[in-house]
Design a protein. Structure first.
Length: 299
């Protein structure tokens, strides 16, 4: 995950989302990139799966930690209160299938996994790439395929490329705790004669502004987010070249949680009903759809 967040303001920390919400309908028409999408059949509760939800979670609901600074995956609508985006819609859809209320909690990205380990949240849905290193502390249920893209000023004045050594000696913005910060840039740096200058930011707002203001030459981010940032930048940003290093995003779950297998089954139910594709199509993300969902795919 690498957070890029144009034109959106951070807001309140916790938002309640009813499990019966229909993710085919945008909470705010201005927040959806495909407002012309025709409505599909409402996503329905699966009684057999709902019966397997632990009693304490049926009563309390499920807290989902997310860095709400990451359009089109998770961000605030124009009211600066309502969470919208592809992952927010998927959260609501899974809550509907499982018959349980879900609450999205706005949490800094690098604090989400520690929060899961401490029991503060039951799930983390924030464009986490499923990696073997992260699987040491949490389990993952995969739900989307994405790569890394290079975001540059419009016109790409320094002719930067996603591959090769063109980033050597350049200032590159990344989000703290992201795959790009922890794995991608360090791997690239090993081949550089002139070091990459890394600018790390706590959320996508800082990453994006660093490029538009000229404080960074480029940013590395997950492919759907980079594409959305460029589209929403008013012509100030563009994606250079193709994405690379595709890997699945996973829902992060505390180790050995009863929810892990349930989430995989709920995703399979959504795919069988058409609800999974419905959520992705609303945000123009059909190309990232998975044919199957896996637990701890990296290992």
């Amino acid at each position: 995950m690498s957070a890029l967040r144009p034109l959106v303001l951070l807001g309140s920390a916790t938002l309640l989302l009813a499990g019966c919400a229909d993710p085919s309908q945008p909470a705010d028409a201005s927040s959806s990139p495909s407002s012309g999408t025709s409505a599909a059949a409402p996503i329905a509760k699966n009684a057999a799966l709902a019966a397997k939800v632990p009693a304490e979670l049926k009563a309390s609901g499920i807290k989902i930690a997310s860095d709400v600074s990451y359009p089109p995956m998770d961000f605030f609508a124009s009211d600066n209160k309502t969470v919208v985006g592809a992952e927010a819609d998927l959260d609501k859809a899974l809550g509907t299938v499982l018959g349980v209320k879900v609450t999205i909690v706005n949490v800094p990205f690098d604090s989400i996994l520690p929060g899961l380990q401490s029991g503060k949240y039951q799930l983390g849905v924030s464009s986490f790439t499923d990696t073997a290193e992260r699987e040491k502390v949490v389990d993952f249920v995969t739900y989307f395929d994405a790569g890394t893209s290079l975001l540059v000023p419009a016109g790409n004045p320094k002719a930067l490329k996603p591959g090769g050594d063109s980033l050597c000696g350049r200032t590159v913005a990344v989000a703290k705790g992201s795959t790009q910060a922890l794995e991608d840039v360090p791997a690239r740096a090993k081949t550089c004669k002139t070091p990459i200058k890394v600018s790390t930011f706590p959320d996508g707002t800082g990453v994006n502004l660093a490029v538009t203001s000229g404080r960074a030459d480029a940013a590395l981010a997950d492919s759907p987010v980079a594409a959305y940032a460029a589209k929403q930048s008013g012509g100030k940003l563009e994606v250079a070249g193709d994405s690379y290093g595709n890997a699945p995003f996973g829902i992060a779950v505390p180790k050995n949680s009863e929810l892990t297998a349930l989430l995989k089954s709920a995703l399979e139910d959504l795919k069988a009903s058409g609800g999974y594709e419905q959520v992705l199509a609303k945000w123009g993300l059909e190309s990232g759809a998975l044919d199957k969902f896996e637990i701890n795919a990296a290992s």
